[in-house]
Write a protein that binds this ligand. Sequence first.
Ligand code: FPP
Length: 244
Amino acid sequence: MQHSALDNAPPHGLKHVAIIMDGNGRWAQARHRPRLYGHHAGAKRVREIVQASKDLGIEYLTIFAFSTENWKRTQVEVAGLMNLFRRYIAKEMRALHDEHVRVRFIGDRVRLDAKLIALMDEVEALTRHNTQINLTIALNYGARDEVARATRLLAADVASGKLCPDDVDEETLPRYLDTRVLPDPDLVIRTSGEARISNFLLWQSAYAEYEFIDTLWPDFTGDELARLCKGYGARERRFGATSA
Ligand code: FPP
């Protein structure tokens, strides 16, 4: 395992961090460059944040790369982002594996092109035995869409007699969600000053702490992540109970 200065700041009890990477467009605009320039800068940040998360002892990092709503952007931006995802996976696959990162994707694959899906399958298969950190990339992900798809699967199991309606409780639905193998996030970070959840991990974040920070995603650093983790460790999470 690689070590860095961040090793001295272990996040107390923080297992899963989820990040809404926002602000690429404004970052590019401030430099009088096209929006895709910002997305490329944002993609470069991912490696540092994965590394920093590893050093901080975070076991699960989930990042929101493309939402079910993002298809409404211009055709040029959508095509540019899809191209970026393909290139990113192809280029980073080996390095992620060498860093013992297990990569997974959540979201609906139906609208993604075959080449991208093949790369997603390839990196998931290559890294499936890695245990250092779990990186989950949300791609064509929307929480409402995820819950709708999960409900469809659950309803099919009821219809086939595999599941009894009376047995459906809070533990049942999560078994059908894309995140079924992941723990719930402890901390959700959104960059760029927007205080919105934007359809990200709605079911899973019921008890998460939130941090809305002004930094634009391409400027977000491992040190800032470490600071947020430290802040999280100082808080008391009661899950609806009273203090001891
Ligand atoms: C939001 O910024 C960002 C996105 C919709 C794309 C996120 C993608 C990346 C960070 C790059 C690639 C990621 C991977 C995993 C390779 P925005 O465009 O909404 O910014 P704005 O609010 O300033 O316009």
